[in-house]
Design a protein around this ligand. Sequence first.
Ligand code: AR6
Length: 163
Amino acid sequence: MIHLTKSDIVCFLGDAIVNAANSSLLGGGGVDGAIHRAAGMGLYEECKTLGGCIPGDAKVTGGYKLNAKYVIHTVGPVWQGGGNNEAEVLASCYKQCMEIAIEMGLGSIAFPNVSTGVYGFPKPLAADIAIATVKQMLLLKPEMEVYFVCFDEENYRLYKELM
Ligand code: AR6
């Protein structure tokens, strides 16, 4: 089942939140910075052991001081005009995160709007890709609760229209 909220993903109370990270997995700005600040140094220490992550892939850690039990870190594409497989890479992010959640037997997962901040991915296209990919993956585990957690008004409005 898919849910939509307009809130801060750091506050999510459930099994896993997804982090829109960069390839180093060592923190940054935006939602990544907020998650690392709230989770504490334990998260940073575990991330240091992961050896980074390529765009379109995902890796899981504990949630440390967060309410969520796990953080699934994914690295979205940097928007470069659309001719560089950005859409496929973004779809892969959502797919990989869902695969990890399903394999781990998780009951709930919250996604931020990956790549639509600093990485500049157009929000309408990103919302289409996120919703379509998650819907497809949910066919494998329909009872999973998936939350799209929008932070900015534009994303929230777009998701509301599409869902
Ligand atoms: N909760 C939910 N969503 C949030 C929050 C929050 N607390 N804060 C921001 N957003 P961005 P990206 C939304 O820039 O584009 C980092 O420095 C925000 O409104 O965080 O994937 C990383 O280290 C936007 O819609 O991630 C990378 O270097 C969405 O999160 C780079 O930014 C994504 O914005 C990744 O860029």
